[in-house]
Design a protein around this ligand. Structure first.
Ligand code: NAP
Ligand code: MG
Length: 403
C-alpha cells in the first residue's frame, strides 16, 4: 500500500512521562505505517525545555502560528518536587500557558463518547464541548483583607487624567476585598475562537454570564459576543446553526435537560468548574480531548489529561501498564483532519476518520484499557495493556484502509 501524502508539516510537540511513551507507540503503529508523515518536531519534554531555557516551547508556538496546525503531547508543569527530580535551572512556566498566550487562543474540551459508556446524565446523547475563557477575572485578581473598619473604593485613573471612583463598601468591622479585570481584546478573541470553532464542527454556541447582576462587567461580555457574532451570522444561518445567550443559572438547568451536541462558552471560573463536572459526567478524563483555537484560526490539538505520572513509575519499574491512549490518538486524528481540510487532501481526511473509526471498532468489541472496564454497560470488556490496545487498533485500521 502506498503511504498517504502530506504537503504542509504538522507541528509536533513531544512531551513527558507515560504520554511520551504512548506518543512513540502511536507514531510507530498507527501513523508511520500508513502516512508519509511530514512534521516539524519540537521536543517539549522537560529535559529539553530546561536545556533550551524553555525557548523550544516558544518556538513550537511560533511554528504553530506559521503552519496553522499542531499536535501536542502532555507535558509536566514543574513544581518544587520536579525542580529536584529533574535538577531544573528554573521552575519553567506551564507550556500550555506559554503556548496559549502566544496564540491568544481558547481551549475547547470535548469527550469521546461510545454507546457502552453512558453519561451520568441519561438524556445526554451527544458530547458537550466546553469553551473556557482562560484570561482574567478571579484568576488575575488582587485581594485585600480589611482588618479594621474603613472604606474600600474602586478607582480608575485614565491616561487622559480622568478619574472615576466608586465606593465598594464601608466596613464596620473586618472583611475581605477583591479587584478583578478583563480586557475587551481578550473577550473579543474568545468570541472569535468560539464562533470559528462552531462553524468548524457545525455546532450551536451557547454563552452564559450573570449580566442581570453584573451589568457592566458581565454585560460587556454579552455585548462583545453579540457584536462579534454579526461577523459570523450569515455563515451560521447558511449552516443552520444558532448562537444562544442566556444567564449562567438558566444555562446550567438547560444543559442538564439537553441532549448535548453544542459548544458551551463559559467565563473563566464557570469554565473551570463546569468542565470538571461535564467531563466527570461523561465518564473518564482519559477520553477527553482538547483543542486550542486562536482567533485567527490556528489549531493545537491535545489530550485533556496530564502525563499520567503514576503509570509512568510503574512502567519504569518494569510493570505492565494499561494507560488509555484514546485522547492522544484523537489529538493526532484531529490534527490530520484539519491539515487535510486546509491542504485539500481528502485521503488524509479519510485516514483521520478511519483512525477514529478503528478506535471505536476496538472499544465497541470490548477491547479496552483498564480505566474503562468499570464504566461499560451491556458488554463484557476485556482489559488489555497499552501496547495490545494499540495493536488491536492497528489491525482494524489496516482493514479499514484496505477497502
Ligand atoms: P494526569 O496525568 O491526568 O493523571 C491523573 C490520574 O488520572 C492518573 O493517575 C490516572 O488515574 C488517570 N488518568 C489520566 N489519564 C489517563 C489515561 N490516559 N489512562 C488511564 N488513566 C488516566 O494528572 P496528574 O497526575 O495530576 O498530573 C501528572 C502531570 O501531568 C503533572 O506533572 C502535570 O503538570 C501534568 N499535566 C499536564 C497537562 C497537559 O500537558 N495538558 C494537563 C494536566 C496535567 P489512576 O492513577 O487512578 O489510574
Ligand atoms: Mg478545574
Amino acid at each position: 500500500m502506498e503511504k498517504i501524502k502530506m504537503t504542509t508539516p504538522l507541528v509536533e510537540m513531544d512531551g513527558d512521562e507515560m504520554t511520551r511513551i504512548l506518543w512513540k507507540m502511536i507514531k510507530d503503529d498507527l501513523i508511520l505505517p500508513f502516512v508519509d508523515l511530514k512534521s516539524e518536531y519540537y521536543d517539549l519534554g522537560l529535559v529539553h525545555r530546561d536545556e533550551t531555557n524553555d525557548q523550544v516551547t516558544k518556538d513550537s508556538a511560533e511554528a504553530t502560528k506559521k503552519y496553522g496546525v499542531a499536535v501536542k503531547c502532555a507535558t509536566i508543569t514543574p513544581n518544587t518536587q520536579r525542580m529536584s527530580e529533574y535538577k531544573l535551572h528554573e521552575m519553567w512556566k506551564s507550556p500550555n500557558g506559554t503556548i496559549r498566550s502566544i496564540l491568544d487562543g481558547t481551549v475547547f474540551r470535548a469527550p469521546i463518547t461510545i454507546p457502552s459508556i453512558k453519561p451520568v446524565v441519561k438524556n445526554w446523547e451527544k458530547p458537550i464541548t466546553i469553551a473556557r475563557h482562560a484570561y482574567g477575572d478571579v484568576y488575575k485578581s488582587v485581594e485585600l483583607r480589611a482588618d479594621e473598619p474603613g472604606v474600600a473604593k474602586l478607582v480608575f485613573e485614565g491616561k487622559s487624567g480622568k478619574k472615576e471612583e466608586v465606593v465598594i463598601h464601608e466596613f464596620n468591622g473586618e472583611g475581605v476585598l477583591q479587584g478583578m479585570h478583563n480586557t475587551d481584546k481578550s473577550i473579543r478573541s474568545f468570541a472569535h475562537s468560539c464562533f470559528k470553532y462552531a462553524i468548524d464542527v457545525k455546532q450551536d454556541v451557547w454563552f452564559s454570564t450573570k449580566d442581570t447582576i453584573s451589568k457592566k462587567y458581565d454585560g460587556r461580555f454579552k455585548a462583545i459576543f453579540a457584536e462579534v457574532f454579526e461577523e459570523y451570522k450569515a455563515k451560521f444561518d447558511e449552516l443552520g446553526l444558532e448562537y444562544f445567550y442566556t444567564l449562567i443559572d438558566d444555562a446550567v438547568a438547560r444543559v442538564i435537560r439537553s441532549k448535548g451536541g453544542y459548544i458551551w462558552a463559559c467565563k473563566n471560573y464557570d469554565g473551570d468548574v463546569m468542565s470538571d463536572m461535564v467531563s466527570t459526567a461523561f465518564g473518564s478524563l482519559a477520553m477527553m480531548t482538547s483543542v486550542l483555537v486562536s482567533p485567527d484560526g490556528k489549531y493545537e490539538y491535545e489530550a485533556a489529561h496530564g502525563t499520567v505520572t503514576r503509570h509512568y513509575y510503574k512502567y519504569l519499574a518494569g510493570e505492565e501498564t494499561s494507560t488509555n491512549p484514546m485522547a492522544t490518538i484523537f489529538a493526532w486524528s484531529g490534527a490530520f483532519r484539519k491539515r487535510g481540510e486546509m491542504d485539500n487532501l481528502p485521503e488524509l481526511v479519510n485516514y483521520a476518520n478511519q483512525l477514529e473509526g478503528a478506535c471505536f471498532d476496538t472499544l465497541n468489541e470490548g477491547i479496552v484499557t483498564k480505566d474503562l472496564v468499570n464504566l461499560m454497560e451491556g458488554i463484557t470488556p476485556k482489559a488489555v495493556n497499552s501496547a495490545e490496545f494499540i495493536k488491536a487498533i492497528r489491525e482494524r485500521l489496516a482493514k479499514r484502509l484496505e477497502k
